[in-house]
Design a protein around this ligand. Structure first.
Ligand SMILES: [Zn+2]
Length: 250
């Protein structure tokens, strides 16, 4: 087996899951190889991006996936590594949504992380943080966790101009809170102020994502209420005027 180095320390971690994957696997019942083929195209794309970065001498991250979960991690928590993880994460987000029409939720965080690729062991507070912020989002989106944002603020860069410049804006992100009442799961809808990745006002990808959300909403029959809500929440985000340093100038 190839000898991969063990990562242990503070890292940038991005986690994603695919919305509605349960249905995709059900619909492909008996035809899982078809789904696997589509999946392999995503894997090829991720590996190609990694090779491209290696060619320019900056392969400072790795990615693993299992079922509908994708995990990207850097080898340290430098700003340079943030840029690389951000790049890899938003490339996947854009590609999946725009090209594949597979809708993702994801979160990018900073924190303690351990990865041993040879033994397939991935652990740490950063993974739990990124996973919980991914799961609770009630839309299609990619957010910076408060830990990641604090880390950027603490860096030498001017975080607001800098984060804005990379496509994040502050927003009341719709979330789901889960609690258990006498063994029954109760879900409350709420929102949390977070930095969320967005396509700027003049970006054609913004129109594409809005079109796909609208057509998903208009598909009518059979669309589960919680899916419709996620699409509508996403549309609301893109329809709200953006004051970020990039959109604000347009
Ligand atoms: Zn903006």
């Amino acid at each position: 087996m190839k000898d991969e180095k063990i990562i242990n320390g503070n890292c940038w971690v991005a986690y994603f899951d695919i919305l509605g994957f349960k249905n995709k696997t059900r619909l492909n019942n008996g035809q899982l190889p078809v789904l696997a083929y589509m999946y392999s195209e995503v894997a090829d794309r991720i590996n190609k991006e990694k090779e491209n970065l290696k060619e320019v001498g900056s392969q400072q991250y790795d990615c693993v996936w299992f079922s509908d979960s994708f995990l990207f991690y850097s080898f340290d928590d430098s700003i340079n590594s943030y840029n690389i993880i951000y790049f890899a994460a938003h490339q996947l987000f854009d590609y999946m949504i725009i090209t594949k029409k597979w809708l993702l939720r994801g979160a990018l965080t900073a924190g303690d992380f351990y990865a041993d690729r040879n033994s397939n062991i991935y652990l740490g507070e950063a993974l739990i943080d990124a996973h919980s912020f991914t799961e609770k989002q009630d839309w299609i989106g990619l957010v910076l966790t408060p830990n990641a944002h604090a880390k950027l603020v603490a860096s030498d860069h001017n975080p607001f101009t800098w984060v804005d410049g990379l496509g994040f804006r502050e927003y009341d992100v719709p979330i789901k809170r889960r609690r258990y009442d006498n063994g029954t799961e109760k879900i409350t809808l709420d929102c949390e102020k977070l930095w969320a990745y967005h396509y700027r006002t003049n970006d054609c990808r913004r129109d594409m994502i809005m079109d796909s959300m609208r057509s998903a909403c208009n598909r009518g029959g059979g669309l589960a209420i919680e899916h419709r809500r996620k699409y509508e929440n996403t549309l609301r985000f893109y329809e709200a005027p953006c004051q970020c340093s990039v959109c604000g100038k347009i």
